[in-house]
Design a protein around this ligand. Structure first.
Ligand code: BT5
Length: 272
């Protein structure tokens, strides 16, 4: 891939996109607090499905559970997609899994080393986080009226450009592969992968997504993990994911725990 010139060019991205839904409309910012926050506002005002908000830099990039996403100018991809699937809340995890899958495939295209998806939706290269996904939603009754999928991918950061607390835990394509990738090409590939899996989910259901997802997750399935939930933490063996996206963990006493929302840490990391 060629080196990025400097700023992203939304018109070039649009002209190269072969998607049906994603990127119908692209809204671009040099700097913004959070593309997810902006996309949530837009969706609340009726922005169509497939609208993409993308920025060079986020001053308050959001992670899950009030955490932050480090988003320095020109170093990564920070984008949010508006979706309007007609689904019930219980199927939400499928969208989170499809997002992680689309990102993992995109990262795989940039790296000879296969990425891992760490449940629920961290994308790792060599055990370090290279990308993350944040899904937020607006609801009406029990139906999802819109979903915002926010994706952050680290592409061009050098190790010393991460804040000290992220060094050794976060990585970028440049660090892992020594390659300066073109961010526009990565955006195009990402939106195409996303478009593909979104259509698969709507037409064929979640099974193909769950199957493909497993290809990226065998590094931690069957392994001992620590599960950190808002209510406390416990250890167990990860037995994989259920059909609805729940994490299944076998505790030492034999009990099978089903986990909806948590962070997991592999024992390798626990013992570090
Ligand atoms: C995530 O949260 O991984 C979701 C990240 C989503 C970011 C995108 S960027 C576009 C869109 N707009 C937004 O405002 N957000 C989305 P979580 O699993 O909670 O992970 C957050 C944690 O990852 C932080 O607490 C840090 O430990 C770590 N972290 C922060 N920035 C990072 C980075 N650039 N690379 C790797 N790890 C990072």
């Amino acid at each position: 891939m060629k080196q990025s010139l400097s700023f992203l060019r939304p018109s070039l991205i649009r002209s190269q996109l072969a998607t049906e839904i994603m990127g119908r409309r692209i809204i671009y910012f040099r700097t913004i607090n959070s593309t997810n926050t902006y996309a949530l506002e837009l969706a609340g005002k009726g922005a169509p499905e497939g609208t993409v908000v993308i920025a060079e830099e986020q001053t308050y990039g959001k992670g899950r559970l009030g955490r932050q996403w480090h988003s320095p100018p020109g170093k990564g991809i920070y984008l949010s997609i508006v979706l309007r699937p007609q689904v019930k809340m219980q199927f939400l995890t499928h969208f989170s899994m499809l997002s992680a899958l689309a990102v993992a495939e995109t990262v795989e295209g940039l790296s000879p080393s296969p990425p891992d998806i760490k449940w629920p939706n961290d994308i790792l290269l060599h055990h370090k986080k290279v990308a993350g996904v944040l899904v937020e939603l607006g609801t009406e009754n029990d139906l999802v009226s819109y979903l915002i999928v926010g994706i952050g991918i680290n592409l061009l950061q050098k190790e010393e450009e991460f804040p000290p607390e992220l060094r050794g835990k976060a990585t970028s394509i440049l660090i892992e592969e020594g390659e300066v990738v073109c961010r526009e090409e990565v955006v195009v590939k990402l939106l195409q992968n996303f478009d593909h899996w979104y259509k698969v989910l709507l037409t064929s259901g979640a099974t193909p997504i769950l199957e493909r997802w497993k290809d990226y997750s065998h590094h931690w399935i069957g392994k001992e993990i620590k599960v950190v939930t808002p209510g406390g933490e416990f250890y167990g063996i990860s037995e994989g994911i259920g059909d609805d996206g729940r994490l299944l963990v076998r505790k030492g006493d034999g009990e099978l725990k089903e986990v909806w929302a948590a962070d997991i840490v592999s024992l390798r990391e626990v013992r570090r």
